[in-house]
Design a protein around this ligand. Sequence first.
Ligand SMILES: [Fe+2]
Length: 384
Amino acid sequence: MLWYGILAALFAVEIVMIALLRWRRKDRPGRTGKPWLCPVIALAVCAALAVWSPANALIALLHLCVFLCVGILADGICSLVTRGKDSGTNDGSAKDSSATEESRKRVRESSSHVWLAAAVACIVWLGIGWYAAHHIWRTDYSLTTDKSLGQEKLRIVQISDTHIGVTMDAEDFAKALGRVEEAKPDIIVVTGDFTDENTSREDMVKCCQALGQLKTRYGVYFVFGNHDASDEGEREFTSAELEAELGGNGVVVMRDKVLCVEGKFYLVGRRDTSESRASYAELAKGLDPSKYVIVLDHQPGDFTKEAAAGADLVLAGHTHGGQMIPLGLASQFLPTVFGDAEFMYGMRMYGDTACVVSSGMSSWEFVIKTGTISEFTVVDVCGK
Ligand SMILES: [Fe+2]
């Protein structure tokens, strides 16, 4: 209902903007063309889109609003320029009158070009966002450590926020895993929001099987995200069934669990913050300080405490890299947009602790990402 309420408000705003354009045209009868037809058509497309997905129609409408504002502003500037020229040059002679008409014609044309450019820019912008949400990039990070890894170099591949059913189904996910395997990981970690309310039971089962078939040296480890852990809504399976399916395929689910992988390095998998969970200090109690510690924590809001308690590498997701401009920027001032995220994307050092936030392989509900990408991350840790 919330989506439909916001959508209705946005439709009203856009209709007012289009009416304003019509009125401005009537005010100047010399003007020709129907540039307002562009936003009217776009509005009709958004209405059709709302039947499929109100959330994505909302995003398209928001972008249309921005580009309409730019168009109205540009149209207004063109009009002011024309009037300024007319009043500055017209002394009533037939020659000046002809020059003024010529000048008006040029501005009319440029104004129409501005509208066309705004419509094309909106389509291109959304198209790039669609591509960024559907194409999966590989992002590499390199780290060194004085601590013991049990080997010279450890390659960790992180998969996060796949939200199966939004931009990819089980078949697409299996293809993406092919690229993950090409990276030759020693260990694969899945940092949550593997599924959400859009995931069918059939896709969930197939994706768990695909994870279980991955060939690695140390296996595949998994922590729950807020969507995996939630049993609210109309999902076709419960969190317990997801956990059982993963376990049945040999994927190690870590819910406030600490493992020393083959006696070489530690892996700490935390419950999501939406669940009741132990503090990191409690989990890390008694760990051998000479061994490297990798922490998996879906939401990136506990880095400071994890670093203070001796973690060497923390891998998180959840933010989708900010999802789209200007959400990523706004969240710097309103951190609750993405929980209590300490930062949105990339790698930051907290003293000697490296913290990585992945933008994820997909996103929740929205099929557009701007100002960010879809990815899996490859982290190489080298002993000195
Ligand atoms: Fe999440």
